[in-house]
Ligand binder design. Structure first.
Ligand SMILES: [Zn+2]
Length: 72
């Protein structure tokens, strides 16, 4: 891999984590199960509509040029 700006091959992969760490409590799990039952499973797809990854941590790899600092 080469830097797009300066052509240097001194590129470092940096993992970037983002998102919220959210622990689901016992009560909210029961609520979720309850809602799933009374909505006949519709509740399961609700988080998918809302964006899916609520409360999850995502890791993205970014490549940063050590020569000029350009993020790839
Ligand atoms: Zn560069």
């Amino acid at each position: 891999m080469k830097c797009k700006r300066c052509g240097s091959t001194d590129i470092q992969a940096i993992p970037i984590t983002y998102g919220k760490i959210k622990r689901r409590g016992c009560l909210s799990t029961l609520f979720h199960v309850f809602m799933t039952i009374i909505t006949l499973g519709f509740w399961i797809i609700v988080p998918l509509i809302q964006g899916g990854s609520k409360g999850k941590v995502k890791t993205k790899i970014r490549f940063v040029c050590l020569n000029c600092g350009k993020k790839q």
